[in-house]
Design a protein. Structure first.
Length: 284
């Protein structure tokens, strides 16, 4: 069997603002968040196989291949579409894991979008989004393909237009698991230290904010430190449930200047905000 690989991009996302507006009966928190794609991407090379096998040739350290979101996405689509073809996958990982940049979710979304085409499954964007949410709350927005305001747990999406912007993104030397952060947030709700942002969601917040930031700063001093370093140049924010923090700037020159003036021990990168996902084809 000769394998022909094609390359597909899986971009990172930033949560430009993240409000928590309530809690569902199953314990998941309701969000009101603006997602923006950035041009910092994992690459996924995919070849169709005729033996039905799903092979991950580049296992991610610390993630068993069967648990890898790329493999799970391929198997889910294969099952849902009744497809007998398989795929070999090679992932070039750049997006830090547990960083709030949605790398795993983006990889899964790219595999769903690419294999839907390569296998000729013919599922609609909406059908792929419904499959994707089974893999993670952030998967649907990457399939939606446009920068979006998301509500619910991320499945109610509305496209938003965003100005051109550049971002300095810093990765503190910690990996922040999403579950425990929400748990800690819930505990603070019980003690009355925190309240839901329903009013700010309805009437708009005075400035962009991330409701999980306070909790993560207290749990991970390195995140606090990174925010302090960036706050010398503007108003930084944490993305998702952390650990990455970012600062928005109007031009590439400004972003590069800020990044270069951070000391060398601060790991990070400069990225451009995208208008749409690289695989978005205009179909709604
Ligand atoms: C909060 C966001 C914003 O983008 O953060 P990041 O993960 O990107 O940092 C995401 O919606 C996260 O989505 P995702 O990372 O898929 O979360 P999951 O694995 O589904 O959730 C892990 C755990 O976090 C809690 N959780 C997650 C999402 C949510 N809206 N409410 C929750 O309470 C639940 O306890 C869940 O079991
Ligand atoms: N292909 C993948 N890339 C990244 N993480 C993956 C992948 N498959 C499974 N995971 C798991 O998903 C977790 C969350 O990863 P990721 O989506 O990159 O971070 P975050 O939710 O903080 O944005 C990782 O810690 C890892 O255990």
């Amino acid at each position: 069997m000769t394998l022909h690989y094609q390359r597909f991009a899986a971009p990172a996302k930033l949560n430009l603002t993240l409000l928590i507006t309530g809690k569902r009966e199953d314990g998941y928190h309701l969000l009101d968040t603006d997602f923006r794609f950035i041009d910092y991407c994992d690459d996924i090379d995919i070849a169709v196989r005729d033996d039905g096998r799903i092979e991950l040739e580049t296992p991610t350290p610390g993630v068993p291949p069967d648990a890898d979101l790329t493999v799970r996405a391929a198997r889910l689509l294969q099952q849902a579409a009744g497809c007998t073809l398989g795929a070999s996958l090679r992932v070039t990982k750049r997006i830090p894991m547990g960083g709030g940049l949605g790398g795993g979710s983006s990889d899964a979304a790219t595999v769903l979008l690419a294999l839907n085409k390569l296998w000729g499954c013919g599922l609609s964007r909406q059908q792929l989004m419904t499959l994707g949410v089974q893999l993670g709350a952030d998967v649907p927005v990457f399939i939606f393909g446009r920068n979006a305001r998301a509500r619910g747990i991320g499945e109610e999406l509305e496209a938003i237009a965003l100005p051109e912007a550049w971002y300095v993104v810093c990765k503190p030397p910690v990996s922040v698991p999403t579950g425990p952060v929400f748990q800690q947030y819930s505990q603070k709700l019980l003690t009355g230290e925190i309240r839901f942002s329903i009013m700010r969601s309805l009437f708009g917040a005075a400035q962009k904010q991330n409701d999980l930031q306070r909790v993560v700063k207290a749990m991970y001093p390195a995140v606090n430190e990174a925010l302090n370093r960036l706050s010398e140049y503007g108003s930084p924010l944490m993305t998702g449930s952390g650990a990455c923090v970012f600062l928005e700037l109007a031009t590439e020159v400004q972003a590069k200047t800020v990044f270069q003036s951070l000391s060398k021990d601060m790991v990070g990168f400069v990225a451009k905000g995208l208008a749409t996902h690289p695989l978005y084809d205009g179909e709604v």
